[in-house]
Design a protein around this ligand. Structure first.
Ligand code: SF4
Length: 414
């Protein structure tokens, strides 16, 4: 029996597909690159834009033709859909999205939640030098434009010791670089410390964190480590504790040539994390730090928990403490109600920070998100395109010489 995996979307999906591959190998199947050759086709889907979803519908229509031909010859051919579309289908309590995808893809044999693919088998990696290591899945932030909390659910961290063991194995096998992956790596471990259900209620689980002085902060012990709430200086307040600085330091000390991480959110970027980066030369000096907008009012509408000034303060602190640091980012243009003046603030922030590269997206509505429910998508398409071009010309065109940089892959959304 042979299987073929088609992966859409970000690097987190690529890493998930490596685990899917491991699970099919464990069942005694062999991989193939050809749909015609396969008995099982697994489609790992993405929903970040409508276009990504449409490509899945198109692929299933093509596979349905192969299925028809194969069934005529009594050959087994099953289409399995997993990933973000199935995540939404299982989380949408109304059942409407499941009905929609079943209707649009009647030839699919199974809709498989990605959670069914565990971490029991070692991922099948094609690259022998560089490895992706998922450290968490899901997101609790609910940025109003983003579907990820609905596709992947709430943030769940992998056990600390599992990640350490996986990285040690990779190092022993001769891997020279690792990329720690999560929608929001900086908040890794918050659920391990204060409890998953508490984190899911709200990040500000104990409001006193915000009133405490640093001396009065409570400490938590997890896996033998004492962890405090992180102090985020550019925000001027305490945040929920996370284990990411400790994890990053432990992985960096293993001796890899390069340790990278993606994606990183500005509001959980603690002083402790800055210190860990500064002290370990093998941690990447190019940090992906999604800003999304350079205007504080737009950020508020997006439910991003920082202002443009706080973002700039963070990049300034990193520049001071980590010589040679560069930033890449994500930006959405034409978000609901974005005025020309608000867009110009984004242009100004980009000039100020001097990004190496940017993923620039024109805003598009996504099902279930707050922005779709609450705000009109009122910036005309032509204007979105113009704004996109302005930033593209400002950031990406002059940096074409940097094209070899890691943007050849896409990052988990943050
Ligand atoms: S944009 Fe990033 S941080 Fe915000 S909800 Fe989506 S995945 Fe979470």
């Amino acid at each position: 029996m042979k299987y073929c995996i088609k992966t859409f979307g970000c690097q987190q999906n690529v890493a998930d597909s490596e685990r899917i591959s491991a699970a099919f190998n464990a069942r005694g199947m062999t991989p193939t690159e050809s749909y015609e050759d396969a008995n099982y086709v697994i489609i790992n889907t993405c929903m970040i834009r409508q276009k990504a979803e449409d490509r899945v519908y198109g692929l299933v229509r093509n596979l349905a033709e192969i299925k028809k031909r194969k069934l005529k010859h009594n050959e087994l051919f099953k289409i399995i859909v997993t990933g973000c579309m199935v995540g939404v289908a299982f989380r949408d309590k109304t059942g409407a999205y499941f009905d929609k995808i079943r209707t649009l893809m009647p030839d699919v044999d199974e809709f498989m939640p990605i959670e069914e693919v565990g971490f029991d088998n070692e991922p099948v990696r094609k690259d022998r030098k560089h490895a992706w290591v998922p450290i968490s899945n899901g997101c609790n932030n609910f940025c109003t434009f983003c579907i990820v909390p609905f596709t992947r659910g709430r943030e769940i961290s992998r056990p600390y010791t599992d990640i350490i063991s996986e990285c040690q194995r990779l190092r022993d096998e001769g891997y020279t670089s690792v990329m720690l992956l999560g929608q929001n790596v900086n908040s890794y471990g918050a659920d391990l410390i204060v409890g998953e259900s508490n984190i899911q209620v709200m990040r500000d689980i104990d409001k006193t964190y915000f009133q405490n002085t640093q001396k009065e902060i409570r400490e938590y012990e997890v896996n033998g480590k004492v962890v405090k709430p992180v102090y985020v200086k550019h925000l001027g307040r305490q945040r929920i504790p996370t284990l990411f600085p400790a994890l990053l330091a432990d992985v960096a000390r293993m001796g890899f040539t390069l340790v990278d991480f993606i994606s990183s959110n500005p509001w959980d970027f603690s002083e402790e994390l800055i210190q860990v980066i500064a002290q370990n030369q093998n941690i990447s000096r190019t940090i992906h730090l999604p800003v999304q907008s350079g205007d504080s009012n737009v950020l508020k509408r997006m439910n991003r928990w920082y202002t443009a000034e706080e973002y700039i303060a963070l990049t300034d602190r990193l520049k001071q403490q980590v010589p040679g640091i560069r930033f890449t980012t994500d930006i959405i243009v034409g978000f609901c109600g974005e005025t020309e003046a608000e867009f110009e603030n984004t242009v100004a922030l980009c000039k100020r920070v001097g990004f190496l590269k940017a993923y620039i997206a024109m805003y598009s509505q996504r099902p279930m998100t707050a922005a779709t429910k609450v705000f009109p998508d009122d910036v005309p398409h032509a204007e979105k395109k113009r704004r996109w071009q302005v930033l593209e010309d400002l950031i990406n065109t002059p940096n074409l010489s940097n094209a070899a940089y890691k943007f050849h892959y896409s990052r988990p959304h943050a």
